[in-house]
Design a protein around this ligand. Structure first.
Ligand SMILES: NC(=O)c1ccc[n+]([C@@H]2O[C@H](COP(=O)([O-])OP(=O)(O)OC[C@H]3O[C@@H](n4cnc5c(N)ncnc54)[C@H](OP(=O)(O)O)[C@@H]3O)[C@@H](O)[C@H]2O)c1
Length: 232
């Protein structure tokens, strides 16, 4: 496959390295140079790309996605912190009959963790003596807090058990790739469930799997569609 990488930071580099290892071709790497408002994403620059993988930042992602969708390039994005614009981007994908797969977290383990967390929430529902909380821990350079995954977890838990709040505490320190913990504290005991990413490979592998899966489809997808199909 011929892949355009948009964003040459930690994730862009990790995805490109893995893609080459797996026999794909990197068509172009678009960094922030000259790409204000997605202006470097031209038809000429992207001609021949089968798919684009976008990992930039919350400020840049929306313009990048708009340009890529306008150009008809199936696009995978892992950028977090932009989902307020998801309805607008979804409308554009539908109008252009394009393809977008977005995920705040591309690790398979996190999505299994989310399912286990919902199951835990079902079990704790109706037990107000336990107080729930979410903790997300990431490296000091992460721009958004809470993390997209913590917000997704909070949203899913709220849907599962509307009787309590799931407040999020965010820690930004050192080089932590990403840790999420759901905790229920009772008067005399604590139950917690964690997902710990040990390195970025898990995210890069998931994004690449999404890029292999997406071309030929139309619509807006999440990583769960790929992982769980009909049961997403
Ligand atoms: N979904 C997942 O599984 C997952 C996993 C890890 C991270 N993330 C998210 O992915 C995003 C990137 O993470 P990261 O760790 O790779 O961050 P990073 O190392 O800071 O890299 C972001 C890169 O994007 C570049 N950039 C900014 N604006 C751009 C634009 N308009 N066009 C092209 N490139 C642009 C930056 O360049 P400059 O430095 O020159 O500005 C930087 O090189 C974040 O939102 C993060 O939360 C998601």
């Amino acid at each position: 496959m011929t892949i355009a990488i948009v964003g040459n930071g930690r994730m862009g580099k990790a995805v490109a390295a893995l893609a080459i290892e797996r026999g794909h071709r990197i068509h172009t790497v678009v960094d922030s140079t000259d790409n204000v408002a997605g202006r470097a994403l031209t038809r000429e620059r992207l001609a021949g790309a089968d798919v684009a993988i976008e990992f930039t930042g919350p400020e840049a992602a929306v313009a990048n996605l708009e340009r890529l969708i306008e150009l008809g390039i199936p696009t995978v994005t892992g950028t977090t912190g932009w989902t307020g614009a998801l309805p607008r981007i979804t409308a554009l994908v539908e109008a252009r009959r394009g393809a977008l797969l977005h995920a705040a977290n591309f690790s398979e383990g996190v999505h299994l963790f989310l399912r286990a967390a919902r199951e835990l929430a079902r079990n704790f529902s109706g037990r107000p003596e336990f107080v729930a909380s979410i903790r997300d821990e990431h490296h000091a350079a992460k721009l958004d807090a809470p993390s997209g995954t913590a917000l997704l977890l909070q949203h899913q838990l709220g849907d599962t058990d509307g009787s309590r709040a799931f407040p999020i505490a965010s820690v930004r320190a050192g080089t932590i790739p990403g840790t999420h913990t759901l905790t229920y504290e009772g008067p005399h005991e604590t139950v917690s469930l964690s997902h710990v990413a040990r390195d970025r490979e898990a995210f890069a592998a998931g994004a690449l799997a999404a890029a292999e899966w997406l071309p030929g489809k139309t619509g807006v997808f999440t990583f769960e569609h790929l992982l769980f199909g009909e049961n997403a």
